[in-house]
Write a protein that binds this ligand. Structure first.
Ligand SMILES: NC(=O)c1ccc[n+]([C@@H]2O[C@H](COP(=O)([O-])OP(=O)(O)OC[C@H]3O[C@@H](n4cnc5c(N)ncnc54)[C@H](OP(=O)(O)O)[C@@H]3O)[C@@H](O)[C@H]2O)c1
Length: 272
């Protein structure tokens, strides 16, 4: 395998997710911008790659000709057509990494030449600010070396874990869609403060920082969230009074239901 500084990374599809991943690996020094080549049919998104110092093309096969590790970052419904187009250019030296939601490793392997090293990644939106939560699974021909390489690259975009493919829909319910539950929570938190008289802009900033700080404490202390929550609850104090209100509103059960609903829906969409 090429030395890391010589690794050539391609993106077939140059939208928001591709840009986020490219920014992460370039800013972290994992890949030189000049060694990244991105393709898309229009110029709409290619300018962002050029601004980063990457090369661009309108030809998907050119990406396969020049790059060893290639991310497939088009919308899922376009992937079969794109795979058909690039398949003749795919060799056993390539590492093909699909980011398309709901497209299984089995489908990818069926649509690519036998023996192709394929991996499947499920990112979430905060990858665009390098604070994503990413899981990936490998196909039957991708080995430890490819998994290690991918994990090293994607760690530049946030947390990155290898999991069984069966966890991918759960990851969508927990984290892909979960980002939206957190936005809703942040919005409600700030609106509570606005109701009590704080200006909205300040309340939104403080709500976001509260989420960031609380999340950082879970990750840095390694403590269970229930332990950290308990630490904030002075007997008879403000927090336990507030938590009682949340329990009356069945916040916990509602969020568990939300994760279940999104996971089930991801599974249904993947079966289409
Ligand atoms: N956004 C998320 O939070 C998220 C989370 C998990 C997974 N994903 C997955 O990430 C993938 C990309 O999502 P996105 O949000 O980045 O989409 P996006 O912003 O719409 O970008 C799609 C890109 O694909 C390009 N494209 C369209 N047809 C193509 C073709 N035939 N060949 C090559 N490129 C083509 C588009 O070209 P133009 O630039 O010319 O329009 C665009 O650059 C999807 O499969 C999605 O399931 C996204």
């Amino acid at each position: 395998m090429e030395a890391r500084e010589e690794l050539r990374v391609g993106f077939v599809g140059a939208g928001r997710m591709a840009q986020g991943l490219a920014q992460g690996v370039v800013r972290a020094g994992k890949v030189k911008a000049a060694n990244i080549l991105a393709s898309a049919p229009s110029d709409r998104n290619l300018g962002a790659f050029q601004d980063l110092g990457c090369r661009t093309t309108h030809c998907n096969s050119e990406v396969l000709q020049h790059c060893t590790l290639v991310f497939l970052t088009t919308k899922p419904h376009l992937l079969p057509e794109v795979l058909q187009q690039i398949a003749p250019a795919v060799t056993r030296d390539h590492i093909i990494v699909s980011v398309a939601a709901g497209v299984t490793l089995q489908t990818l392997q069926q649509l690519l030449p036998a023996g192709t090293k394929v991996l499947r990644v499920v990112p979430n939106l905060p990858c665009v600010v390098q604070e994503g939560a990413v899981v990936f699974a490998r196909g039957s021909c991708a080995g430890e070396q490819e998994a290690t390489l991918l994990k090293s690259l994607l760690s530049a975009c946030g947390l990155c874990e290898e999991t069984p493919e069966s966890y991918m829909d759960i990851h969508t319910g927990l984290s892909g869609s979960g980002v939206a539950y957190v936005y809703l929570f942040a919005e409600a938190l700030a609106e509570g403060a606005v109701k009590m008289g704080m200006p909205s802009a300040l309340a939104n900033k403080i709500a976001a920082q509260t989420l960031l700080g609380a999340a950082k404490m879970i990750l840095e202390t390694g403590e269970h969230p229930a332990k950290l929550r308990n630490d904030v609850c002075t007997p008879g104090g403000t927090t336990i009074h507030a938590l009682h209100e949340l329990e009356k509103g069945a916040l916990r059960a509602t969020i568990m239901n939300a994760v279940e609903a999104a996971t089930t829906r991801a599974h249904e969409l993947g079966e289409r």
